[in-house]
Design a protein around this ligand. Structure first.
Ligand code: ADP
Ligand code: MG
Length: 327
């Protein structure tokens, strides 16, 4: 049986008008399903509506319209069960400065009505690496420790689903690795994970499914592999063993020589095989010293989907790949 961990139908959020601001249509009839056991990435530029969606799941923001089902429980009809099924690590650091890590975990457990026998504060402190800070006031903890504590708080009631809103924005490499190794372990133990990020590499490494949202709308929702396949562009970079007199030619292949002498062969993998590309190179009398291939990554897919040009746009110049910016 494959049941959905989360099902979102027609989800709409309009923030009310404020002083000089008109109403904000932050989510526009969003449909999303998150399969059980997956690591699901919610990707999108700043202001896309990611936190609004997460905060609706967490029960922190009230939706305007639509239906949210968490672990089979309708959020409106079974608010208690749906809330018990999910743990959310928010984007904002919202800790009471006068609580200690152990205190914060105990209070959180109390909020979920967990009897003492079911509390796991020590185990969680150990997992988030805060055992030796268990009794320190939150205001004395570093930013990274506070974030770890937020992760711990999201886990106290042992939810089926863990949601992380930009867990690695602005954190150092060590904390990032610690977060990801925890997330992987939790997922291996069966927990469904939803994360938002605007680091595409992270989503590519961590997620098996991805939804891309832009201006409150889902513009793509697919397996990570399928999203990557959508961009069919390939580039083969040939380092010739000597000067090149004739450039390779072939239908559906474009060849360009870079300043360093390498020849970039661009083609569509559905139409042209790598063997055809290599044959064109040999036919031009070029001996190959070295060859590399390049495939599109999520950033290319993302740009194609969120730009007004759309996915039909020409593939990005492969030579630009190394100089990419984070979105
Ligand atoms: P993201 O997390 O993808 O960056 P958000 O969900 O935080 O996006 O924001 C989506 C849009 O809703 C943005 O335009 C933001 O300014 C607006 N917004 C977010 N929270 C509020 C709020 N409390 N009141 C009014 N507008 C809001
Ligand atoms: Mg956000």
């Amino acid at each position: 049986m494959t049941q959905d961990a989360i099902r979102i139908e027609g989800l709409t959020k309009i923030y009310r008008a404020q002083r000089n601001q008109p109403p904000k249509h932050a989510l526009k009839k969003i449909d999303l399903t998150v399969p059980q056991g997956s690591v699901f990435g919610l990707l999108g530029p700043n202001g896309a509506g990611k936190s609004t969606l997460i905060n609706i799941l967490a029960g922190l923001v009230v939706k305007t319209a639509g239906k949210v089902t968490i672990w089979g429980f309708d959020q409106d009809r079974n608010p208690r069960q749906s809330r018990a099924s999910i743990g959310v690590m928010p984007q904002e650091l919202n800790l009471d400065p006068f609580f200690t890590p152990r205190g914060a975990l105990e209070v959180q457990a109390g909020l979920y009505g967990l009897p003492r026998s079911q509390r796991r504060s020590d185990e969680i402190l150990e997992m988030i690496g805060l055992s030796d800070k268990a009794g320190a006031y939150a205001r004395t903890l570093s930013g990274g420790m506070r974030r770890r504590l937020l992760l711990g708080k999201a886990l106290v009631h042992n939810p089926h689903i863990l949601v992380l809103d930009e867990p690695t924005a602005g954190v150092d490499i060590e904390l990032r690795q610690m977060l990801w190794s925890n997330v992987r372990k939790l997922n291996e133990a069966g927990m469904t994970i939803i994360l938002t990020t605007h680091y595409l590499e992270e989503a590519q490494d961590m997620c098996d499914r991805i939804a891309i949202i832009n201006e409150g709308e889902v513009v793509a929702q697919d397996s990570t592999g399928n999203l990557l396949d959508r961009l069919d562009a390939r580039a083969m970079i040939i380092h010739p063993d000597g000067p090149v007199e004739t450039m390779p030619q072939g239908e559906g292949i474009t060849a360009e020589q870079r300043n360093d002498g390498a020849i970039v062969m661009s083609y569509q993998s559905r139409q042209i095989s790598a063997e055809q590309v290599l044959a064109a190179v040999r036919a031009a009398g070029i001996t190959i010293r070295d060859v590399k291939t390049q495939e599109p990554d999520l950033e290319d897919v993302f740009l194609a989907l969120t730009s007004s040009v759309g996915p039909g746009a020409p593939p990005p110049d492969p030579r630009d790949i190394s100089s990419k910016k984070k979105v």
